[in-house]
Design a protein around this ligand. Structure first.
Ligand SMILES: [Mg+2]
Length: 252
């Protein structure tokens, strides 16, 4: 299918560009074609296993052109949120990629539960001790921010617990609901919209989940679902403008 009428391409990462360790077929070729025509590419992700620097390095290691200006993940959204609403606040964060991102954005972090904000990203080392600290922080009155609701993180070899499960565990124990700043929240959608250089009606959001379609519709651009990740076909409550097998099938 021809996609050359678009000027800005927003691509989700997991399930759309890669299956974590493996780049999908022909993705590099399609991205090169887009970038060689001076069109804009923005990568978006709710993945906070890595910071933005880590995700850019990963893309570059796959031979894909990307820099910090062309990548927005939910860890970055949390950083911007805290810069806007939490200046001088004490912040407790879980998840190495998220912590690295917050530090890069000069957010002051503490390790004690008496904080203004508890922020939770993907944390492979989450345990009962951290759960207790999170509970204490929320009981103290900390505002609860999260990066994603996804319950399963799919890698090529295995399926791991997603960020959403960690957040749910804390919610269940504390009875307090997290505000999620990842896709499809208004906060990250506005941030992404601000990064679009060209006209929004000449922009397309490509992803593997309904949340990508919802996000694209929120910013007012075209949407395209791929079948390489979560969505495999079947009925949809929210309809994208296009459904294709994979990014590799896009003609530019
Ligand atoms: Mg995805």
């Amino acid at each position: 299918m021809k996609f050359d009428k678009f000027d800005t391409f927003i691509f989700d990462l997991d399930g759309t560009i890669w299956c974590w360790e493996r780049l999908y077929k022909n993705v590099k070729k399609v991205l090169k074609a887009i970038q060689s025509k001076n069109k804009q590419v923005i990568f978006v992700s709710n993945n906070t296993l890595l910071s933005r620097i880590g995700l850019v390095e990963k893309l570059n290691n796959f031979g894909i052109e990307a820099d910090l200006n062309s990548l927005i993940n939910s860890g970055y959204a949390v950083s911007i949120y805290l810069k806007n609403f939490g200046r001088k606040s004490k912040v407790l964060a879980f998840g190495n990629g998220l912590i690295e991102e917050l530090k890069y954005n000069k957010i002051k972090l503490v390790r004690k539960p008496r904080v203004d904000f508890l922020v939770v990203g993907h944390d492979l080392e989450f345990n009962m001790k951290k759960l207790s600290i999170a509970y204490e922080a929320l009981n103290f009155g900390a505002k609860f921010l999260g990066t994603a609701r996804g319950k399963i993180f799919v890698t090529e070899k295995t399926e791991l617990p997603g960020t959403g499960l960690i957040i749910e565990l804390i919610e269940n124990m504390s009875g307090k609901k997290a505000e999620i700043l990842g896709k499809p929240s208004d906060f990250i959608c506005n941030l992404i919209k601000q990064h679009v250089k060209f006209e929004i009606r000449k922009t397309i959001w490509v992803g593997d989940e309904v949340s990508d379609v919802i996000s694209g519709k929120k910013i007012g651009c075209y949407t395209c679902l791929v079948k390489t990740g979560v969505y495999k076909g079947g009925k949809l409550d929210v309809k994208p403008d296009f459904i294709i097998n994979s990014v590799g099938d896009m003609k530019i």
